[in-house]
Design a protein. Sequence first.
Length: 201
Amino acid sequence: MQESSKDQWLIVGLGNPGAEYANNRHNIGHIVVSAIAQENNASFSKHRAGAFVANVRVGMLSGGRPGPAATIAYLDSYMNTSGGPTAKLMKFFNVNPDRLLVVHDELDLDPHTLRLKRGGGEGGHNGLRSISQMIGTRDYNRLRVGVGRPPGRMDPAKFVLSDFPKKELNDWAVTVREAVQAVEDVVTLGFADAQQKLHTN
C-alpha cells in the first residue's frame, strides 16, 4: 500500500477498454481523465489493480503554485465490473470514499450538462452500481456528464455505446474542458465549494 495524504484525491473516469469504445458516450469518463493527463503532460502507467494511473498536480494555487496532488485513473475492465479495480486503487493509495471522484456519463441530464453529486442512487448506471457494491458505500463523489436520452425508441444501452456524432465533436470538446475544470475545482476548492460554483454558473 502506498502512503497517501488524507487530502489526496483519486479521480476515476469510467468507460470500457478498447479502441472500439473510445469515442462512445459511455466513455466520457475516460475522455475527461485523459484530458486531465494531457493538460498536465502526464502519462498513464499500468497498475496491478487493473487500471491505468497517473499522478498529477491538479489546477493552480495562489501565486501560480502547482495545485494539490491527485491520482487519475481509467480502468482496464468493462463498465459493469468497475468496482473491483476502483476498490483496489482506493486500498493501494489509501483513499477514503470522501476523496473518491468518479466521472461518468448520465442519461438523465441534458447533453453537455455537468453536475456534482455526493452519494445517492446509481440511476441504473452499471459502473456506479459495481463501485457501490465493491467499496461498500454509495457515499462517494460523482461528476455526472449529461449525454441526454436516446432518440425515439432507441435502446439506452445501444445509445450510450454509440459514438458522439462528428458534427458535435467541437461542442463535446468544450464540455470536456468544462469537466476538467470541475475536477480541478473539486481538488483545489473542496467538493462543497466546487459544487456550488458549478451549479450556480
